[in-house]
Write a protein that binds this ligand. Structure first.
Ligand SMILES: [Zn+2]
Ligand SMILES: [Zn+2]
Length: 365
């Protein structure tokens, strides 16, 4: 599609906070200086959309949804119009959008971590404080874009910014190699993405823990490079620490990725981590009780927190996805047209699914 046939009006969806998604018609925005207009091709739903916006508007600050904003912070699409002053990207380019537009000049933005931008005035996340990807078109800033390689689909790209990027950052913080048995607690989209990336980073054993039967079945059915993605998927329960030790020669896992945000699963995660092991916390919200001496100190364990990722790491991840022939769209279990966005959010809220995507054009298969 070229700039000559961009319509004046577009369909888009907002989240009123009463467990529905509302369809509306809005004018198609016109890109200003340093901005581009994307034809959205894929827009995936994140756990945080459900946690902070869909049922109720709960978030504050960076997680505060401005009522009436077009939802969706995991967009991927093609540039149909570039505004004046763009320096790299142009009409026709396929791009991923880093989901927070930062001020660009604070220390965090200069590190590429716009997620942590300290400017209250200029930090605006797509789908939260500025319009997001649940629309036929999206206005984005050129500085927030990452090029999408030809061998990756738009549905692959949609998951890079928030989901896979967040996981990649966390895994880089604890380091994963072929020496490691890895435990992943919580097998929603972030947990499943963790499993694919630890496999590609060489992990010798991957163990998952999950509570929901539907997610256990999805995890058990996933195959990567002709082999099951997980060596073992355990139903969450009181016996998990003993079970994980039994599966790892009595030791526990050298690396653990906590994606559930559930108190019991977090306790399992730290206790099932091997002496001298490392654990990263990615699951958002909630709390858990930790007994520092037996759980950590005496066993020399490291516990690391990680939030989203930086622009350069996103670019690095995209390059590695190509080298690894890893396609994040393998985790998408359901695709919906924008007209059925309400169904898409309801399914994601039920948890009875893998990744849920709203798709357009060639991605709607
Ligand atoms: Zn997200
Ligand atoms: Zn900033």
């Amino acid at each position: 599609m070229s700039s000559t046939n961009i319509p004046n009006e577009m369909l888009c969806a907002t989240l009123p906070g009463n467990s529905t998604a509302r369809l509306e018609k809005r004018p198609v925005p016109v890109p200003g200086h340093g901005e581009v207009l994307l034809r959205v091709k894929a827009s995936t739903i994140c756990g945080s959309d459900i946690r902070c916006i869909y049922r109720e508007h709960l978030g504050k600050g960076p997680e505060g949804y401005q009522p009436g904003m077009i939802a969706g912070h995991e967009p991927c699409g093609q540039i149909v119009k570039a505004g004046p002053g763009c320096r790299r990207f142009k009409e026709g380019d396929r791009v991923i959008v880093y989901h927070i537009s930062g001020c660009g000049v604070c220390n965090d933005c200069r590190r590429g971590y716009m997620i942590s931008c300290t400017s209250e005035k200029f930090r605006r996340a797509y789908g939260w404080q500025r319009d997001g990807g649940m629309a036929e078109y999206l206005l984005a800033e050129e500085k927030d874009l990452v090029a999408l390689p030809d061998s990756l689909s738009y549905a692959d790209g949609a998951q890079v910014a928030c989901g896979f990027g967040t996981v990649y950052e966390g895994l880089e913080r604890i380091g994963i190699s072929g020496n490691h048995a890895v435990l992943i607690t919580g097998l929603g989209p972030v947990g499943l993405a963790s499993a694919t990336l630890v496999r590609k980073l060489g992990a010798r054993q991957v163990i998952g823990v999950e509570f929901l039967e539907e997610r256990i079945n999805i995890a058990k059915g996933l195959v990567l490079d002709g082999k099951p993605l997980f060596d073992h998927v355990l139903k969450s329960g009181d016996a998990n620490v003993a079970e994980i030790r039994a599966l790892t020669g009595g030791f526990g896992t050298e690396r653990t990725v906590e994606c559930s945000a559930n108190a019991a699963a977090r306790a399992t995660a730290i206790r099932a981590t091997r002496k001298w092991g490392k654990m990263v916390m990615l699951g958002e919200g909630g709390s858990f009780s930790l007994n520092p001496s037996p759980d950590m100190l005496h066993d020399f364990k490291e516990l690391v927190g990680s939030w989203v990722t930086s622009l350069w790491k996103m670019e690095e991840l995209v390059e590695r996805l190509v080298h690894w022939n890893l396609h994040p769209d393998m985790l998408i279990t359901h695709r919906f047209p924008l007209e059925k966005v309400d169904e898409a959010y309801a399914l994601m809220a039920s948890g009875k699914c893998g990744k849920v995507a709203v798709c357009f054009d060639e991605e709607l298969k």
